[in-house]
Design a protein around this ligand. Sequence first.
Ligand code: IMP
Length: 428
Amino acid sequence: MPAIVIIGAQWGDEGKGKATDLLGSRIDYVVKFNGGNNAGHTVVIGDEKYALHLLPSGILTDGVIPVIANGVVIDIEVLFEELDALIARGVDVSKLVVSANAHVITQYHRTLDKVTERFLGKRQIGTTGRGIGPSYADKINRVGIRIQDIFDENILRQKVEGALHSKNQLLVKLYNRRAITVDEIVDDLTSYAERLRPMVTDTGLLLNQALDAGKTVLFEGGQATMLDVDHGTYPFVTSSNSTSGGASTGSGIGPNRIERVIGIVKAYTTRVGAGPFPTELDDEWGEYLRAQGHEYGTTTGRPRRTGWYDAPIARYSARINGVTDFVMTKLDVLSGLEKIPVCVAYDVDGVRVEEVPVSQSDFHHAIPIYEDFPGWSEDITGARTFEDLPKNAQEYVLAIEAMSGARISAIGVGPGRDEIVVRHDLLG
Ligand code: IMP
């Protein structure tokens, strides 16, 4: 079987776990290819809920090999905290492999993330404060520290010296913070070396060999299309490629290996952090969606911004990612509404615009043009086939499908793993 990519098609938190669960036992490898511990998915082990931020969700499935690939930035302390918490709950984490080329997040990245945000004032991005942006900035600036550097103290020391030289000037002279010493960073990173070493490998080689051997490899995108550094609402984005192309560069497999791209969309829209969001609701309906959908961040606990479904965004995502199938989540959250507005186009300074505008200013000015669809009052959590859904729910899904640029192959109807309506096999 081929490589399959799962990506968020909006601004994140679409519920990718639903699609991962659906693929379940047919997956041999789960690969995280971008981002770091800015992501967040809640997993349930027995009666316990646990939030994972860095580890790929596949870590919990027996028989699956979880991979942290080269495109990821790793906070090693967080990596071991998450592993230890899982070990304490009896989870076998011994299969995890980590790319030698992945970059690390150090204390100076976390510090810089927080102070630069504070200094941005009104122009704040609203980052998760985990050091993601500064670590990727060092990677692109060619002053980053990679996992493989940790195993050679001489090289590590030279690289940390190089990285800290200008950062300490910034920290002390501009941001009024204390300087960070080379020793404290080197001591911290080398303290993990022994435990880390057995996990580290050439994950690009491993994944290509797995694909050659006919294994099924799932690439799980962190964040989402509209937070992609190239294709999202820049500068209000994360610092990595969270679109399907990132699966190739972030892991070392060729793009022609990818046969399916599964885009996850919520039946409405949410966003955390700052930046444009045309269908955002600041009224009681926004509060209604937040309460019904439990829209609070897994990583930061921040209340999410909420709004109606935005079809131009879905179409844009279908195009940028080459989406073959959408999985729509949380349709049940809309049950009980008399009418459901869907954004079908935008009004930009008096002109009707069908697609996401390329100009940042135009996107900031975009006012949604809504079409109202009749709602349904029935509880849909028991639906397992499309025909089980009330007529109006079916029509809502079909209308959205027609506007969104790819088929909707599965529909989440409740929080439980099996509360899903499957229309087309995601691997078929
Ligand atoms: P950073 O990734 O911490 O640099 O944050 C940049 C932007 O991406 C902020 O608006 C964050 O709220 C957003 N972001 C980062 N990770 C996630 C996620 O997993 N879900 C939703 N938004 C995210």
